[in-house]
Design a protein around this ligand. Structure first.
Ligand code: I3P
Length: 131
């Protein structure tokens, strides 16, 4: 669990390595660039950390501050998630889209694990007011 600014804590629901690529940037379609990320699912946000530099500290409960900042914070309130087999030649690919227009593909070669991630993220979205 990470400390937060209000003295509470952020509940980590699931974390691990996933492949990811953005599909859009500022509302414009961009070229895919698949990279590995350390992904941390919490009640409100999906945090993506650069895998190489932060995997160990994130796994050890490092806080998402300072040099350990996430490269992407995906707001789950009002987000949608769907399987996206048609959007990639890879297997185990699903898309997360936010209210503000971030579109992200996430992938796990291990399709069983992709299903676990999909279900956990879906459940987190449905618990939120706009879900
Ligand atoms: C893209 C790259 C991506 C691939 C994408 C290609 O080529 O090979 O991995 O997406 O397919 O266009 P480039 O490196 O030249 O940008 P997938 O791995 O998800 O299939 P796409 O154009 O069908 O999205």
């Amino acid at each position: 669990q990470w400390p937060n600014l209000h003295g509470g804590s952020i509940r980590v629901l699931q974390q691990g390595v996933l492949h990811k690529t953005k599909l859009t940037e500022n509302g414009k379609k961009i070229r895919k660039n698949w990279t590995s990320s350390w992904v941390v699912l919490t009640d409100l946000f999906l945090f993506l950390f650069k895998e190489s530099t932060t995997k160990m500290s994130a796994a050890a409960g490092g806080s998402p501050t300072g040099t350990n900042k996430p490269e992407l914070c995906v707001d789950l309130n009002g987000a949608t998630i769907e399987w996206a087999a048609v959007k990639s030649s890879r297997k185990g690919v699903f898309q997360v889209s936010t209210l503000l227009g971030v579109q992200l593909l996430l992938q796990d070669e291990d399709e069983t694990n992709a299903v676990v991630w999909f279900n956990e993220i879906k459940r987190a979205i449905l618990r939120l007011p706009c879900g």
